[in-house]
Design a protein around this ligand. Structure first.
Ligand code: GDP
Length: 302
């Protein structure tokens, strides 16, 4: 299956928990043509529970109220229009092969970085494009083993060095090998355990410098992986990461396990970075490009 097939179904499936827990009661309100003060309040509360964020919810409610002053409304159509405005502000650049492109994945442990890397490798490979995976988190044996499994499944080579080895050295080897062979994609896993900003910055700088000895423009993309189940609570940490790591795109994982699917909106607002992909499950097909239209349709399909 291609990246864009069945996107709406994937989003609907990914947003199921948000719908069941929070949005299902909204269906009745969205079917009304006039809403009284109590119904408006109920709608506002539900939107906040979905973690859309105070700013966006204020904006949505203002629009609904001003339309109501003029007569009957279609709340679903209005919400859809306003949400699309918010979500279209940061479109992601497509993942198109051009020479050898180096992609770094960054994020704290447990957010789904390794899984995302595996899914991305499998998709690029399924598109017929060569991929080299670099196990750059040299301290986590489990992460390296997991990457090797994904590599086997996807038919993609994985390079690693010994435990505790230098991530910058293995990144250099990966970039050099891909460049020599004309491999279009190098996907590099990085450590997520670094406690301090200084540590993180130093390690990523070192990786960056060694990549640039091989490919001056590298890394072409830096993906910050975020876990949707933490909702807005994870935003402060994400902001710090985004600042020190030179992040170009976001990946939001575990949307399927989260009842706070609306968090996409405050994430885009706060971080001002595009969401390239979202994770909607643990399977290889469960990484999908973020598509505002399919997302909003999935969210409001109640
Ligand atoms: P890492 O520590 O950041 O490398 O995280 P892992 O890739 O090991 O993932 C941590 C857990 O989250 C694993 O059990 C994954 O299967 C799970 N996971 C990752 N992405 C998703 C997703 O999109 N949906 C669901 N439901 N689980 C996911």
């Amino acid at each position: 299956m291609g990246f864009l097939d069945g996107l709406f179904d994937k989003f609907r499936q990914g947003l199921k928990r948000t719908q069941d827990v929070v949005l299902a009661p909204m269906g009745r309100l969205l079917g009304l043509r006039r809403l009284d003060a109590a119904q408006l309040q109920e709608l506002e509360d539900l939107l906040l529970q979905a973690d859309l964020g105070v700013k966006a919810v204020d904006q949505l409610m203002d629009r609904l109220k001003s339309e109501l002053k003029r007569g009957d409304i279609d709340p679903k159509a209005i919400l859809k229009e306003e949400l699309l405005k918010l979500l279209r502000q940061q479109p992601a650049a497509p993942f198109a092969a051009r020479g050898t492109q180096v992609v770094l994945l960054v994020g704290v442990n447990g957010v789904g970085k390794t899984t995302t890397l595996g899914k991305l490798a499998a998709h690029l490979k399924a598109r017929g494009e060569g991929v080299l995976v670099v196990a750059g988190d040299t301290f986590r044996a489990a992460a390296i083993d997991q990457l090797e499994l994904w590599g086997e499944r996807a038919g993609v080579p994985v390079i690693r060095n010994q435990m505790g080895g230098d991530p910058a050295a293995i990144a250099f080897d990966g970039a050099a090998s891909a460049k020599a062979k004309g491999t279009p994609w190098v996907l590099i896993d990085t450590a997520g355990r670094l406690h301090t900003k200084d540590h993180l910055m130093k390690e990523l700088d070192k990786i960056r410098r060694s990549l640039q000895k091989v490919i001056p423009e590298a890394p072409h993309r830096v993906l910050l992986v975020l876990d949707a189940t933490t909702g807005q609570n994870g935003l402060v940490q994400a902001e710090t990461f985004a600042r020190v790591a030179g992040v170009t795109d976001l990946v939001l994982t575990k949307l399927d396990g989260s009842a706070k699917g609306g968090v996409v909106v405050p994430i885009l607002e706060r971080l001002k970075l595009p969401i390239a992909f979202v994770g909607v499950g643990e399977g290889v097909d469960d990484l999908i490009p973020f598509d505002p239209e399919a997302f909003v349709d999935g969210l409001l399909d109640v």
